[in-house]
Design a protein around this ligand. Structure first.
Ligand SMILES: Cc1ncc(COP(=O)(O)O)c(C=O)c1O
Length: 392
């Protein structure tokens, strides 16, 4: 029986060379590879500054802190994401306020956010105050879920109107673009700060790692200091000005990341080909729906997700595929507001976000990675079709 994993990291030839270079140098923690990695991210993303860190979660946490979000504050975000999105808000004793997603691409809905602001907040001393909790709305945190860009134009308009910050959780969206006022921008570089993540399932991996991108030098300096134990940027190594963290990326991770970044065009084109192949192979499978790319948007082919028209089929087909050696994931089930950890922390219940809840029961991520072979994809689709017939 063929075994097909959900994800498999892609290793380029120069990886070993770069890692050997780091090991044989005196710089295995910090050093030149960190700088080269950051400069590469800044160049390809178009953001003025890129600061590497130990994970996407660490990057998001630093962005939340850099924007001054803390006790007594609220941040609007999506319930349809990975849990790091809302956890980093809670780390700072602020509260995530969820708004439902739009049904097409399952990103935070501009309409729902606008409605939530208008119904829930009052304008008070130059800020939006929650009429029920008394807390202040400080920011919107859209997530480009599955690498598909959220409605950044809409969120920036709301932020400008109501004096809010925008943090983009672009963990999944390196290489995705959205057109704003006739110009293509990489997702993650439009708000005040954005992050990319480099866990092994991402297009570019550093093993573990993340990066904060911003065009604001104050945010860059804050993140540089706080990722590095709150060290002063101008005086000696043991002078600390803030309570910081060790959120640094190591040079070994940066070397792996750089080796991959230098092959980004090849990686993107392989993923695009594999994506199109799945689309072709799945075209006549009536029981599922595929996501579509709209005008003015360019996705990065991060994951391949299908949606079952009948939700009862999803888990049965998933189990069938598992028994045939194919790993898939109900990505994201449960949605954040129904996560057990939040039961006694956040004021949400089943039924609050119907679009996210329904999607979480219909979606399934199929095996998808840079080096997936034609044979593997054919096996996945053949078995999926068999599964649908057998379990229906
Ligand atoms: C949407 C989203 N946000 C945040 C993260 C956190 O990134 P990391 O696992 O590098 O901490 C992920 C990770 O996959 C993610 O998918």
């Amino acid at each position: 029986m063929m075994k097909v994993p959900l994800s498999r990291p892609y290793k380029t030839e120069n990886a070993i060379e770069y890692i050997r270079d780091v090991i044989s140098s005196p710089y295995i923690s910090s050093g030149p590879y960190i700088k080269r990695f950051e400069e590469y991210i800044s160049k390809i993303s178009g953001a003025k500054y890129a600061v590497s860190c130990s994970s996407g979660t660490a990057g998001l946490h630093l962005a939340v802190k850099a924007l001054g979000i803390g006790d007594g504050d609220e941040v609007i975000t999506t319930p349809y994401s990975f849990i790091a999105t809302s956890n980093v808000i809670l780390y700072e004793r602020a509260m995530p306020v969820f708004c439902d997603v739009e049904p097409e691409h399952l990103n935070l809905s501009y309409e729902r956010v606008k409605e939530c602001i208008e119904k829930t907040y009052i304008w008070h001393d130059g800020a939006l105050k929650n009429r029920y909790t008394g807390r202040i709305l400080k920011a919107i945190m859209p997530v480009h879920i599955y690498g598909y860009p959220a409605d950044m134009k809409g969120f920036i308009e709301l932020a400008e109107k109501y004096n809010l910050k925008v943090i983009e959780d672009s963990a999944e969206a390196l290489g995705s673009y959205i057109s704003i006022n006739g110009r293509m921008h990489m997702a993650g570089t439009i708000g005040d700060a954005g992050i990319y993540a480099f866990y092994a399932n991402k297009q570019i991996t550093t093993g573990e790692g993340g990066v904060v991108v911003t065009n604001n030098v104050k945010i860059r300096d804050y993140v540089l200091s706080v990722r590095n134990q709150g060290r002063s940027l101008t005086s000696s190594w043991l002078v600390h000005e803030k309570v910081g963290y060790n959120y640094r990326m190591s040079a070994l991770n940066a070397a792996l990341g750089l080796s991959q970044l230098e092959h980004l065009p090849e990686i993107v084109s392989k993923r695009r080909e594999a994506f199109k192949r799945y689309e072709e192979l799945l075209r006549e499978v009536d029981e599922i729906e595929l996501f579509r790319e709209e005008d003015g948007v360019k996705t990065n082919w991060f994951v391949f997700v299908i949606r079952f028209r009948h939700m009862e089929l999803r888990d049965k087909v998933m189990n069938y595929l598992r028994d045939k050696g194919i790993e898939t994931r109900p990505y994201f089930d449960p949605p954040l507001h129904l996560q057990p950890v939040y039961k006694n922390i956040l004021p949400y219940k089943r039924g609050d976000f119907p679009v996210a809840e329904e999607a979480s029961k219909r979606v399934l991520a199929l095996p998808f990675f840079t080096g997936i072979s034609h044979e593997e994809q054919i096996y996945v689709v053949k078995t999926l079709k068999q599964g649908i017939v057998k379990v229906a």
